[in-house]
Design a protein around this ligand. Structure first.
Ligand code: GLU
Length: 309
C-alpha cells in the first residue's frame, strides 16, 4: 500500500495572496483531498522582518473565505529556528558549509541583470583559510553558503516531466543563512516539509529552479524527497502575468462583485476543472479533480474574461 498523501500550501506573507497563489492553494488542496490525504498550511515568514503577522493573518482569512480548510495548527517558520539550527549543524558536520563575506555589490559585479537569468555564485569565499576567515569576521558578519557538488540533479515533475540542473554550473554554492540572521528559504522548506511528513509539493512554476537545490539538501540531510507538481503561472484573459499590483484582481476587490463560490468556480475553470461561470466550493470539486485534467490545459492557464475587468 502506498503511503498516505500529505499535501501543503506554504505562502510567503510578504504581500496579499493574488489569484495565482489562490489557484495554487486550491490545486494543492484538491490533490491531497482527492487522494484521501491530509492538507497542511505553513506560513513562510522565515524572513520575519518582511512578513508581518497581520499579512499572514490576511492570507489565512483569504483561504478561509474561499472555503479551503487544513489539518492541524498553522505552522509559522519564524517559530522554527531551532529546527533550522539543527539541520545547519548537520550540514556543517559534513564540511558542506562555509562563511561568505561578499557584499551585494561584489556578488553582482559583472553579473547579468537580475531577472535575466539565474544568478550563479562565483565561489569567491569557497576556499578562504581559517586565518582569513577570522580576519574578515572582524569586519562583517558572514552569510553561510552550502558547497554544491559538480553534479546534475534530476527529478520527474508530475506536470513538467523530466527536469535537470547542474548545481555547480547553473546555481553555484547557495545561501543557507543570511548575514543578517534569517535562514535561507531552501533550507527552511526542506526541513519543514520533512518534519511535517509532506509527500507532495504543489507550487508555482516560478519555483521550479529551486527544486534541485532542495533535493540536494534533502539528500545531504537524509530526508525523503516528496513528489513535485509545479503548476503553470496563471495569466489574465489577455495572457498577461498576474502581479501583486493588480489591485482590481485582489480578493477584496473581487469579493465586492462576486461571492466565494463564483471565485472558486472561476479559478477551477482556469484549469479545466469547471465550466466558466459555474459556481463551486473546494469540497465539491474534490471528486472531479485529476492532474490529467489540469495537464490537458497544456500549460496555459488563463482567467476567464468575466473575472478580469
Ligand atoms: N513560499 C513560497 C511562495 O510563497 C512557496 C514555497 C513552496 O511552496 O515551497 O512563493
Amino acid at each position: 500500500m502506498s503511503a498516505p498523501v500529505v499535501g501543503r500550501f506554504a505562502p510567503t506573507p510578504s504581500g496579499r495572496l493574488h489569484l495565482g497563489n489562490l489557484l495554487c492553494a486550491l490545486l494543492a488542496y484538491l490533490s491531497a483531498r482527492s487522494a484521501g490525504g491530509r492538507f497542511l498550511l505553513r506560513i513562510e515568514d522565515v524572513d520575519a522582518m518582511r512578513c508581518p503577522r497581520a499579512v499572514a493573518q490576511r492570507c489565512i482569512e483569504d483561504l478561509t473565505f474561499l472555503g479551503i480548510d487544513w489539518d492541524g495548527p498553522v505552522v509559522y517558520q519564524s517559530e522554527r529556528t531551532d529546527a533550522y539550527e539543527r539541520a545547519l549543524k548537520r550540514l556543517k558536520a559534513q564540511g558542506l558549509v562555509y562563511p561568505c563575506f561578499c557584499t551585494r555589490a561584489q556578488l553582482h559585479e559583472g553579473a547579468p541583470n537580475e531577472g535575466d537569468t539565474q544568478f550563479v555564485y562565483s565561489g569567491a569565499c569557497r576556499n578562504l583559510s581559517p586565518e582569513e576567515i577570522a580576519r574578515r569576521a572582524m569586519g562583517r558578519s558572514p552569510a553561510l553558503r552550502v558547497r554544491v557538488p559538480e553534479e546534475t540533479v534530476r527529478f520527474c515533475d508530475a506536470l513538467c516531466g523530466e527536469v535537470e540542473e547542474n548545481l555547480a554550473r547553473d546555481c553555484g554554492d547557495f545561501i543557507v543563512r543570511r548575514s543578517d540572521g534569517p535562514f535561507g528559504y531552501q533550507l527552511a522548506v526542506v526541513v519543514d516539509d520533512a518534519e511535517a511528513g509532506v509527500t507532495e509539493v504543489v507550487r508555482g512554476r516560478d519555483i521550479l529552479t529551486s527544486t534541485p537545490r532542495q533535493i540536494f539538501l534533502q539528500r545531504a540531510l537524509g530526508l525523503p524527497q516528496p513528489r513535485y507538481v509545479h503548476i503553470p503561472l496563471l495569466r489574465d484573459a489577455q495572457g498577461r502575468r498576474l502581479a501583486k499590483r493588480d489591485r482590481d484582481l485582489d480578493l477584496d476587490a473581487l469579493a465586492r462583485r462576486m461571492d466565494a463560490a463564483q471565485i472558486v468556480g472561476f479559478l477551477a475553470a482556469s484549469c479545466g476543472l469547471a465550466e466558466p461561470g459555474e459556481r463551486a466550493t473546494p469540497q465539491a470539486l474534490v471528486p472531479r479533480f485529476s492532474w490529467a485534467r489540469v495537464a490537458a490545459m497544456g500549460g496555459d492557464l488563463r482567467l476567464p474574461p468575466a473575472l478580469c475587468p
